[in-house]
Design a protein around this ligand. Structure first.
Ligand code: ADP
Ligand code: MG
Length: 386
């Protein structure tokens, strides 16, 4: 696999990414910093990653011409989102180095398969039942209620989820979800939500970042804090061990994020995983010796993967389009000059032309010498943002 060996030589190595969103954009930035050319394949004419890559192939993910062009122009290819058709990755894998593998991504695409993988890896997840037909619906254990009915595929940011309290509500919710395959999960009493990012190379080298504590609003990640406030060391160690186990059991290559629920009774259960850098890992761009995107590039290109070190306490605030709209209307951008006047603030905008409610426009990282200091500056920043 051409990696560092070809950087600086006459033919510059090229990395490809399926998907043109903000995760692809930050991958491209990291790859370019390491000396690679980048090609983005995305169906949209304008995309955050397509705008910064050397080349943008505007094609559908299953367009055979587009995929052939991507394979021709790239030495290695990755994906920035888990819902890329597995067939696209399989097709590319026949021609080029692809990481993560189609099989790993396929596990992450289906909640039922994903939960089966967690269980086979010996990592506990929420009590649940798979519902694909009326017999399974009728057989649901009432102990799973109240629960959350989630579509097995294509859910993100809380989409495709319905809270249900009774068997009647469950049946109605499944009808509303068009009777697609679903997973019913017991509603768990969450003390906190955590996530762990790992990166694994094709040679089996496996590294991880410290435990991240995440606060969601309206199903979308809002704030990440690292170190995780008030999470005991033994729970953190358990989360890291579980994340590493899940990655090993998949033979995973690339960056993988595993989300956990920490329950009021002290138990830790795994929620879901993403086969790519994750919103909760954006703090690594300013708080760690290497960002999650740099590790994604390194894993893909076969470069060394040293253990990343957190050098600053960090808080990440997600910047949704809602911040562009005030009582007076909008859209007008927040007062960046006031935010950037605070010490240790790092603004990352994704180059999206239009602000919309719920749309991820960027994030603000706050780094400081101590968690308390980072927390206080984050509060000040949040007040300015409104
Ligand atoms: P998504 O793919 O949309 O991120 P998740 O399964 O992570 O879906 O669910 C989104 C959010 O809903 C979680 O971050 C958590 O806040 C809440 N949630 C999901 N499942 C449960 C559960 N079993 N018990 C309690 N809260 C849950
Ligand atoms: Mg989630």
């Amino acid at each position: 696999l051409p990696g560092a060996s070809v950087v600086g030589e006459s033919r510059q190595a090229t990395l490809g990414v399926l998907g043109g969103g903000q995760l692809g954009r930050m991958f491209v930035h990291a790859a370019q910093a390491l000396g690679y050319r980048c090609v983005v394949l995305d169906p949209d004419a304008i995309s955050p990653a397509g705008a910064v890559a050397e080349q943008h192939i505007q094609a559908d993910y299953l367009d055979s011409f587009g995929l052939a062009q991507l394979a021709r122009d790239c030495d290695a290819i990755t994906t920035e989102f888990e819902n890329v058709p597995a067939l696209a990755l399989e097709t590319l894998a026949g021609m080029r180095t692809v990481a993560p593998a189609a099989a790993s991504v396929a596990v992450c695409q289906d909640r039922a398969v994903e939960k089966a993988h967690f269980e086979s890896a010996g990592v506990p997840c929420a009590p649940h039942a798979v519902i694909t037909n009326d017999i399974e619906l009728a057989a649901v254990d009432p102990a799973l209620l109240p629960g959350i009915l989630k579509t097995s595929r294509m859910g993100y940011d809380g989409k495709g989820q319905v809270r249900v309290s009774t068997a009647v509500e469950l049946a109605a919710a499944w009808n509303d979800l068009k009777r697609v395959p679903c997973v019913l999960e017991q509603l768990l009493p969450l003390k906190a939500e955590l996530s762990v990012l790992v990166a694994r190379g094709a040679d089996g080298q496996l590294v991880n970042y410290p435990v991240q504590q995440n606060l969601h609003r309206g199903g979308i990640l809002s704030v990440t804090e690292v170190p995780a406030p008030a999470v005991p060391t033994d729970v953190q160690q358990q989360a890291v061990a579980a994340a590493r186990q899940v990655a090993e059991a998949l033979g995973y290559v690339g960056v993988l994020c595993i989300e956990f629920f920490w329950l009021h009774d002290g138990r830790l259960v795994v929620n879901e995983m993403a086969p790519r850098p994750h919103n909760s890992g954006h703090w690594t761009m300013n708080g760690a010796s290497a960002s999650q995107f740099e590790l994604q590039v390194r894993a893909l290109a076969g470069l060394p993967l040293p253990e990343p070190r957190q050098h600053s306490a960090a808080v990440m605030l997600n910047l949704l389009g809602d911040l562009w709209f005030s009582e007076e209307g909008g859209p007008t951008p927040p007062a960046w000059d006031r935010v950037l006047a605070l010490p240790g603030t790092h603004l990352h905008l994704y180059g999206k032309a239009e602000a919309r409610h719920g749309r991820k426009m960027g994030h603000l990282n706050i780094t400081a010498a101590t968690a308390e200091a980072a927390h206080l500056i984050a509060l000040e920043a949040a007040l300015i943002l409104g």
